[in-house]
Write a new protein. Structure first.
Length: 367
């Protein structure tokens, strides 16, 4: 358990007092992990002014004792539904007004809890943990994310050194994961995107059996996950053969757009404005219709977190946020280019956590 985990729970209690709630039932796996340090699943946290109990099952008795020392634990019986266990704990704590994660809880669970706790007032406050707490990383989380970045970078260098003309997208994605695990990572942060040539024009492509020799361009979007669950998210577009002039032109447009956007990152900056900086640069180069997704997003225990860079985002950057900046240009049936880095918002600006070079010359690596 992180030394800052108790402070995270205190911060949540402040939100509950503001919302005039006696307690909150936290059901989201990443949110339970954030507030307790527990890395298992199928477990909830009931937290309030007079209660703080992890509700789990016997599979995790030892793990909870190791990962969450000092926390009260309710181990439900095999024959007991988790909704009944929650009801027992809530009744014992004499909860009158209970917050819950409406954006995550299933309708079936909400109905079951409503029946079991028919005298309790339920109120959805979904998204508060993500937007008010998890969006701003503490020191432990920043260190974990940096570790995830370094694991991803080391894995990438191993994969890059293994590229041959016969290498397939699938084989390279497997090599990435093997290397990240070899260096101590829990695994990939998400299913990697490895796309050759026109496959790189599909922003969320799944690797198949296309070989590197089929195109001089190879897009790799990947990340590593640490054992405590924090993630990185990076993209590089390699030139594994002789690139065309068009490939070089598009690459440099994307790179310049990304550099301009990163330069504007600082506390108080509006995420929509950062998105506009990159989007306008790409539009001025004549590629507006080929950049169809948001500029980036927060990362942490989940690969997509608050804040979000998009034209309609209302988020404002604050120190401690860690975001991706990932503009792209995707030319259907031709090729795509995306460049992505992980960036920490600091008290007076920003720090780019990713260290892999990204100038066009550094992307040349003839297979």
């Amino acid at each position: 358990m992180s030394k800052t985990t108790p402070l995270r729970r205190e911060n949540l209690l402040s939100i509950l007092r503001r919302e005039e709630l006696d307690a909150m039932l936290v059901t989201g796996e990443s949110n339970v992990k954030y507030l307790t340090g527990f890395t298992g699943d199928s477990s909830y946290l009931l937290i309030g002014a007079g209660v703080c109990v992890v509700i789990s099952d016997s599979r995790y008795t030892t793990q909870l004792a190791e990962e969450c020392p000092g926390l009260d634990v309710f181990i439900r019986k095999t024959s007991e539904k988790i909704s009944d266990s929650v009801a027992k704990v809530a009744k014992k704590a004499k909860i009158g007004r209970l917050g819950f994660e409406g954006h995550l809880m299933s309708c079936d669970l909400r109905d079951a809890l409503g029946t079991a706790l028919d005298k309790v007032e339920f109120r959805s406050i979904g998204g508060k943990i993500e937007s008010e707490l998890r969006a701003i990383k503490d020191g432990d989380e920043v260190a974990e994310t940096i570790e995830a970045v370094r694991l991803a970078e080391r894995g990438f260098e191993v994969m890059r050194a293994s590229i041959t003309p016969e290498s397939t997208e699938l084989a390279l994605s497997w090599e990435l994961e093997r290397a990240i695990r070899m260096f101590g990572g829990k695994g990939m942060a998400f299913a990697p995107i490895v796309g050759v040539g026109d496959r790189a024009a599909l922003p969320h492509y799944s690797p198949q059996r296309y070989a590197v020799q089929q195109s001089p361009l190879l897009l790799v979007d990947w990340g590593a996950q640490t054992y405590r669950g924090y993630r990185s998210d990076i993209t590089r577009t390699l030139m594994t053969g002789t690139p065309t002039k068009k490939m070089e032109e598009v690459y440099n447009v994307v790179l310049e757009a990304q550099l301009k956007a990163i330069a504007a990152i600082k506390p108080g900056a509006k995420c929509a404005d950062i998105d506009t900086i990159a989007r306008e640069h790409i539009a001025q180069a004549g590629y507006a219709k080929y950049f169809g997704h948001g500029l980036g997003h927060g990362i942490g225990l989940d690969i997509h977190e608050q804040p979000r860079f998009s034209p309609n985002s209302i988020d404002v950057l604050q120190p401690g946020m860690i975001v991706t900046v990932e503009p792209g240009i995707y030319l259907p049936n031709k090729f795509g280019v995306r460049i992505e880095d992980d960036v920490l918002v600091t008290s007076n600006g920003h720090e780019v956590l990713t260290t892999i070079p990204k100038d066009f010359e550094s992307m040349l690596c003839g297979a």
